[in-house]
Write a protein that binds this ligand. Structure first.
Ligand code: FEO
Length: 415
C-alpha cells in the first residue's frame, strides 16, 4: 500500500501488518496497521513512525512525496515501539528535523534510543507550531494510554491525530471508515477499547471535554491503528464516551474451564437459564477462547460469571491467567459470580472469589460448588444462580413469561 492523500497536502504514509496475531497478549486476528502521517506546508512534518520491521515501507512511502532529508519536524505522539520503532532510522536521514514530543515522551525516547545529536522541542497542552499556512496544536493525554501520550491537531484541516486512541487492530487495504464493513469496524474498535483503554475510562470523558474546550472539533480523526474516521468521527467519540462510562445492556458472559466436564455442565445450565430469560449470553471455554474477544463481549455486559474445576487447591491455569488479565483492565458496572467443581479439598471457587473481592468487584453470593459431578439437585442450584443473575440484569420488572421459560429450561437441561 502506497501513500494516500487524506486531505490536501496530508498523506497517510504508514504500513499494514497483515501477519501480527498477538499484540502483547491481545490476539489480533485481523492484523493491524501502523499509521504515520506526512504534512507538506512551508514546513514538512512527519507525525509518528511505524514499527521497526516496517521502516523501509515508511521511507518508501515518504520518498514518493518528498525526501526524509527535508523533514523539519517529527512529531512523537507516543513512544511505544510500534510507533517510534523506526525513529532512529528516520533520524539518520532527517538530520535537521526537530523531534516534537511531551516531556515524558522525551524522557522515554532517551531511555529507548541513542538520542545524541537529536534536537527536541518539548510541548504541552495548547502549544502550537506554525507550519506556514497551517498550524499544529498539541494536547497532552497522559495515561491514554502511556504517561507520554499526546494528541496532535492540524487546525486548518481539522484533523486530529490521536495516536492509539480511537484505533482498531484491523489490517485492510482500505484507509477510511466508510470503505469497510461498519459492524466489523465497530467490533474491532470496541475490542481495542476493551483491551487497551478500559483501565483509563475515568480519564476519557474528561479529556474529550477538555479537547472541546480548546475548540478542537475534528472533521477527521486519524488514529495510528486501523482506518481513518472521516465519514462520522462523532460516532467513535460517542462510543468512547459510552464505553468509558461503563454503559451496559442486557447481556452476560460466562467464562469457564473444565477438567472432566462437570464444570462445563454447570456452565451450560447457567447459560441456558440466563438465555431463556431473554438475556443475551456468551459462553467461553477459556482453554479455547482468546482474551481480546472475551473482553470485547464483557465491555457492554452487566454480568460476568466465572467457573473452574479445582486443580491443586486452586483454579485451572486458564482461568487464573484470565482473571489476572481482566482484573488489570478494571471493567466497570458489572456483577460477578462464580461456580465450579472439585474432587476432595476444593479451592477453585474460593480462590476466584478471593481475587474478585480483592479487586473490589460487586460479587453475587452464594456460589455453587459441586463434588466430582453435578447431581440433579446441584444442576438446579446452577439454574437458580442463573435466575438470580438474570433477575439482577433485568431488574424486578421482567417477571412475566418467566414461569413458562423456566419450564422449558428445566426440560432442556441434560443432567
Ligand atoms: Fe499502538 Fe501504545 O502503541
Amino acid at each position: 500500500m502506497t501513500a494516500v492523500e487524506i486531505a490536501k497536502g496530508v498523506f497517510w504514509v504508514g504500513a499494514i501488518d497483515w501477519d501480527i496475531r498477538n499484540f502483547h497478549g491481545y490476539e489480533t486476528r485481523k492484523g493491524t496497521t501502523y499509521n504515520a502521517y506526512l504534512i507538506l506546508d512551508k514546513k514538512t512534518v512527519l507525525v509518528d513512525t511505524v514499527k521497526e520491521p516496517y521502516k523501509e515501507t515508511l521511507v518508501e512511502n515518504i520518498s514518493k512525496i518528498t525526501s526524509l532529508e527535508k523533514l523539519d519536524y517529527v512529531i512523537v505522539n507516543h513512544v511505544e515501539p510500534d510507533h517510534s520503532g523506526s525513529l532512529e532510522h528516520v533520524m539518520q536521514h532527517a538530520k535537521n528535523a526537530i523531534i516534537v514530543t511531551s516531556k515524558r515522551g522525551k524522557d522515554e525516547l532517551e531511555k529507548y534510543y541513542s538520542t545524541n545529536g537529536w534536537n527536541f522541542q518539548v510541548v504541552k497542552t495548547g502549544d502550537e507550531i506554525n507550519l506556514g499556512s497551517r498550524t499544529l496544536t498539541f494536547v497532552e493525554v497522559p495515561m491514554l494510554h502511556w504517561p507520554d501520550s499526546m494528541f496532535t491537531f492540524l487546525k486548518e484541516n481539522m484533523i486530529l491525530m490521536p495516536n492509539d486512541a480511537f484505533g482498531q487492530h484491523l489490517a485492510t487495504s482500505q484507509r477510511f471508515d466508510d470503505q469497510v464493513d461498519q459492524s466489523l469496524l465497530m467490533n474491532e474498535a470496541a475490542k481495542y477499547f476493551a483491551n487497551i483503554l478500559m483501565p483509563y475510562s475515568l480519564l476519557i470523558p474528561r479529556k474529550i471535554e477538555e479537547i472541546r474546550r480548546l475548540g478542537i472539533e475534528p472533521k477527521i480523526i486519524a488514529p495510528s491503528h486501523g482506518v481513518i474516521w472521516r465519514s462520522n468521527p462523532e460516532k467513535i467519540v460517542k462510543a468512547y464516551i459510552d464505553w468509558s462510562e461503563g454503559k451496559t445492556r442486557s447481556k452476560a458472559v460466562i467464562v469457564y474451564d473444565t477438567m472432566w466436564g462437570s464444570t462445563k455442565k454447570m456452565a451450560d445450565a447457567i447459560c441456558l437459564t440466563i438465555g431463556n430469560r431473554g438475556v443475551e449470553v456468551h459462553l467461553f471455554n477459556m482453554r479455547k477462547s482468546d482474551y481480546a474477544e472475551v473482553l470485547k463481549e464483557i465491555l457492554e455486559s452487566k454480568a460476568v460469571i466465572l467457573g473452574s474445576s479445582t486443580l491443586n487447591s486452586s483454579m485451572l491455569p486458564s482461568i487464573s491467567a484470565f482473571l489476572t488479565y481482566v482484573i488489570g483492565l478494571r471493567p466497570k458496572n458489572k456483577i460477578w459470580a462464580c461456580f465450579g467443581s472439585y474432587g476432595w479439598g476444593g479451592g477453585a471457587v474460593r480462590t476466584i472469589m478471593e481475587m474478585l473481592k480483592a479487586a473490589k468487584f460487586d460479587v453475587i453470593e452464594p456460589t455453587v460448588q459441586v463434588q466430582f459431578a453435578p447431581s440433579r439437585e446441584e444442576l438446579k442450584m446452577c439454574r437458580d444462580l442463573g435466575q438470580k443473575i438474570a433477575d439482577a440484569i433485568l431488574g424486578s420488572a421482567n417477571t412475566k413469561g418467566q414461569v413458562a421459560l423456566k419450564e422449558v429450561e428445566e426440560n432442556d437441561i441434560e443432567d
